[in-house]
Design a protein around this ligand. Structure first.
Ligand SMILES: [Zn+2]
Ligand SMILES: [Zn+2]
Length: 186
């Protein structure tokens, strides 16, 4: 983890994207061109597999009962699922990198854990978006207690157990110690 902190200190420009809420179209725009190319390639390949290998080698009697429109629907549906999955993996890569998370690990999990479990886990566990430091306005990861650029305190730490206190807490939620005054809004 410390290696990543160092990287974040050296390359603040690696955190791209504004801290405000991202809408769907801007999320789509974050996906790298290579992921789009891969997604389209997967779509075309899966269509080819269906029309050149699966349908011709299926039981002819069974195939005769399946109208061509249904076959087209089936192959397009399967190819679209594949394409969306590749795009989601591409999104996990871009989004986890932007959030300063371990993006290689998350991209591999999203790509190779079956049944999209890696992708679901990513959306459940991802770190908050970086937000600007109130003092130097550099983008800082949401989980940081201090600004790595200017050292400003972003979240107060408990005097007793040292864990981070969230804004508005009168008592530490980790050890119960009073916080003396309500923690200021971050
Ligand atoms: Zn700062
Ligand atoms: Zn505490």
């Amino acid at each position: 983890m410390s290696g990543m902190n160092d990287r974040l200190n050296r390359e603040p420009e690696s955190i791209t994207g504004a801290p405000e809420k991202m809408n769907f179209w801007r999320n789509l725009g974050m996906i790298r061109p290579i992921a789009w190319v891969l997604a389209i390639a997967f779509f075309v390949c899966l269509q080819l597999v269906f029309w050149l290998a699966v349908f011709p080698n299926s039981d002819p009697a069974e195939m005769a009962k399946t109208p061509i429109g249904v076959r087209a629907l089936l192959s397009t549906l399967a190819a679209t699922v594949m394409m969306v999955w590749v795009l989601l993996v591409g999104f996990v890569y871009a989004d986890s990198k932007r959030r300063g998370m371990r993006h290689v690990m998350w991209t591999l999990l999203a790509a190779f854990v079956p049944n999209a479990i890696g992708i679901i886990l990513y959306f459940l566990l991802r770190d908050p978006l970086p937000s600007p430091c109130p003092k130097c306005s550099q983008l800082v990861r949401g989980s940081f207690a201090f600004c790595p650029h200017c050292g400003a305190e972003l979240l107060r730490a408990c005097r007793v157990c040292g864990k981070k206190l969230e804004p508005g807490w009168m008592n530490c939620a980790h050890c119960g110690a009073p916080t003396a005054q309500p923690t200021r809004a971050a």
